[in-house]
Design a binder for this molecule. Structure first.
Ligand code: GLU
Length: 498
């Protein structure tokens, strides 16, 4: 039997989850569910300096909002918890010591000042200082010092770090599901710190140890981690552990120009880059996006189904997703297209659901309406809406008589003979007993034909006086909804005012 697929999303709680991080979580989730596997959330909080209060809750709330549910994670303990690295901190040191034992790592006692001196010295000569095979024997560590010197330093409580001893001259062959074969010359690698003087592991050590202990089979993460792949591979080999498979996702690029999408792009372009609001930055949720739309556009950032289909539910994505169809090159972020996705998802919502959203907006505006009426309005105007917050702008006239009339339209539509025509329409309306859209339509159109008038002389001004503008759905549907009395009132008010 093949091994059960287990993947993890491993954010550091250093701030809000960026939309790129959310996509990483989504792709992990899709891959896990497609393959009947587990999706794990692990909080990588070993860097106490960068810890931000509330970030972990934010991450969880964002995942929940999108319906990306994890099988194991903080407060959802599985067999391999805890799922917060800070709560696992005691276990990492032994692994670092194990590597020292195996001759794969070493203690380094160099002070920050010494390292700084070397860095600056190299810089002044136009070189870069790399702590590795090239110079490690000239530095203060357990490779250059005698056993006794090392023991003395440790006994004296001198601060140290534990560094990985990267091989001097090895061709490292790596495989990435998305990028294929990659070769790295080990002599270019530095001896990364695995364990810090504050008693905490670095990202590299904790990440590998946890992926191993949590039985992760596939590591799916952002492209920015590709440079760490060689080291991670070496670490797995050093421990003698099976290496998981790796897939590095393409970057999400700015809407225009070069480089990856940043918070500033969102500020400049007026679109969110976070799923939920964080401090002053509005999130997709608060901007009125449906989670389905966010999931949908995120999925297509860097992945394609190989067909023309663009609208996918989370479930459809699970069925269709494969890492093989993830692109190598960066995925351009397109805020306009994101709006389009929301517009599409809005059309898929039931009128009842949309009416509930509209109702809370109406309430804020002190407009009273019945559920039934709001639902009918929504059914007429939703076609043109991208967000539920557009409803008011699209359909305010269903709830109140026009406060003013579009001036341009008045100039164009309100002619000398118009008041007389409108007065006649009032009569026509008064004579209708069953005020239903098709009946009104028949009556009004019949009257127009009888008078041998053109539609253009009657219908546009009629819309103008009922709506205040030239917008809106079928005019007879509007009349039916606002009712006979209100329709007549609006026409009479306009006759008196215009
Ligand atoms: N903690 C890392 C991050 O913040 C995780 C990288 C990985 O998935 O290996 O992105």
């Amino acid at each position: 039997m093949s091994q059960k697929v287990r993947v993890r999303f491993a954010p550091s709680p250093t701030g809000p989850l960026h939309i790129g991080g959310l996509r990483t979580a989504l792709f992990n989730y899709l891959f896990a569910k497609k393959n009947g596997g587990d999706f794990i959330l692990r909080i990588e909080d070993t860097d106490q300096n960068r810890f931000v209060d509330g970030a972990e809750q934010y991450i969880i709330e964002a995942l929940n909002w999108c319906g990306i549910s994890f099988d194991e994670g903080p407060d959802k303990e599985g067999a391999v918890g805890s799922y917060r690295q800070s709560e696992r901190k005691d276990l990492y040191k032994n692994y670092a010591l194990e590597l020292i034992e195996k001759g794969k790592a070493y203690y380094a006692f160099d002070t920050a000042e010494t390292l700084d001196y070397h860095r600056k010295d190299h810089e002044s000569k136009g070189k870069t200082f790399i702590y590795n095979w090239h110079n490690r024997l000239k530095l203060t560590n357990s490779l250059s010092l005698s056993k006794k010197q090392v023991a003395d330093k440790l006994n004296a409580g001198e601060p140290y770090v534990i560094r990985f001893k990267s091989p001097e001259n090895e061709e490292i062959h790596l495989n990435d599901i998305i990028r294929g074969q990659i070769s790295i010359d080990s002599s270019t690698l530095d001896d990364k710190v695995l364990f810090k003087s504050d008693g905490m592991p670095t990202y590299h050590l904790a990440n590998i140890v946890d992926d191993h202990l949590m039985k992760i089979t596939h590591v799916i993460r952002g492209e920015e981690w590709l440079p760490s792949l060689a080291l991670h591979n070496l670490l797995y080999n050093a421990f003698g552990w099976d290496t998981p498979e790796f897939a590095h996702l393409p970057l999400i690029m700015k809407p225009v120009g070069k480089g990856k999408l940043s918070k500033r792009d969102g500020e400049k372009g007026g679109f969110p880059v976070f799923p939920l609001t964080w401090n002053q930055s509005e999130g997709y949720r608060e901007a009125g996006f449906f989670p389905e739309a966010v999931v949908n556009f995120l999925a297509l950032l860097g992945w394609n189904p190989g067909t023309e289909q663009e609208i996918f539910s989370l479930e459809e994505l699970v069925n269709t997703f494969s890492l093989e169809r993830v692109n190598k090159s960066g995925a351009r972020f397109d805020p306009e297209k994101n709006n389009w996705y929301n517009q599409q998802w809005l059309q898929k919502k039931s009128n009842d659901d949309l009416a509930a959203l509209f109702a809370s907006d109406l309430e804020k505006r002190n407009i009273s309406s019945t559920k039934e009426y709001t639902t009918q309005v929504v059914s007429l105007i939703k076609e043109r809406a991208t967000f539920a917050k557009d409803f008011w702008e699209l359909g305010d006239y269903f709830f109140q008589a026009p406060q003013s009339y579009n001036e341009k339209a008045v100039k164009k539509q309100w002619k000398e003979g118009t008041p007389k025509i409108m007065a006649a329409i009032v009569e026509v309306l008064q004579n209708i007993t069953d005020f239903d859209s098709p009946i009104i339509e028949e009556a009004v159109k019949g009257w127009i034909a009888e008078q041998e008038l053109s539609f253009g002389k009657v219908m546009p001004p009629l819309r103008l006086v009922l709506v205040g503008d030239m917008k809106g759905p079928h005019i007879f549907d509007i009349m039916h909804l606002i009712g006979k009395k209100e329709s007549v009132n609006r026409i009479e008010t306009a006759i008196a005012q215009l």
